[in-house]
Design a protein around this ligand. Sequence first.
Ligand code: PLP
Length: 249
Amino acid sequence: ITSRTKAIIPVHLYGQPADMARILRVARRHNLYVIEDAAQAHGARYQGRRVGSLGDVACFSFYPSKNLGAYGDGGAVVTNDEGIARRVRMLGEHGSERKYVHLFLGTTSRLDALQAAVLRVKLRHLDRWNEHRRRIARLYRQQLAELDGLRLPEEAEGRYHVYHLYVIRTTKRDALKDYLGARGIGTGLHYPIPLHRQPFLASLKIEEGRFPVSEKLAREVLSLPIYPEMREEAVREVAEAIKGFKEWS
Ligand SMILES: Cc1ncc(COP(=O)(O)O)c(C=O)c1O
């Protein structure tokens, strides 16, 4: 935090709410805004409260694969601050509030009415779908808890995790990914390249090794299949395949 810091952006990553009490304490002490990135955590709760209602502003993504996904791109910003709400509305309307009067440079970012109609219906099912995701996560844990060399996601105290992703960790990640792929089990990497190693930040010249934790995680994470419609047999099948991976022993 420096004199130029304006805001903290906690990410409720993979569907687990961030440690908001501590983040909000730091923010209040330094007079910073808190902008929640709730793109992966629709419906998640922190100490009983929904994410999106904890900071000054929150952003949701409705990208089709999200827990609440549209049939195309979409997103929402939520806030209780009238001034911010007005400004955000204007940003998405080319900086205008009144037609053809532009107060600043904005962008085109209106939620398409058809996407809104889809989301309105899907929203009613969100909590039930999240419960399915949690059931799958519990089953993975039951099946995989005994394996040495594998770290499973954990729900931190006071959180209601909505498992947008089920991300395990292992130093044998690449071999396990190939092994599962050869058995027709698709997995994902979230994420393979840490922010400071992204080509678009190359001009900052941040050398490898500068953020060893991020780099290690990028090498070790593996996202297993999880989606509300996933059947129990399919979860067991994935777990069995992982248990059959020879390199554990
Ligand atoms: C944590 C997180 N933040 C932000 C975004 C960006 O959302 P969108 O692609 O809707 O702009 C995503 C989704 O891709 C995300 O997972």
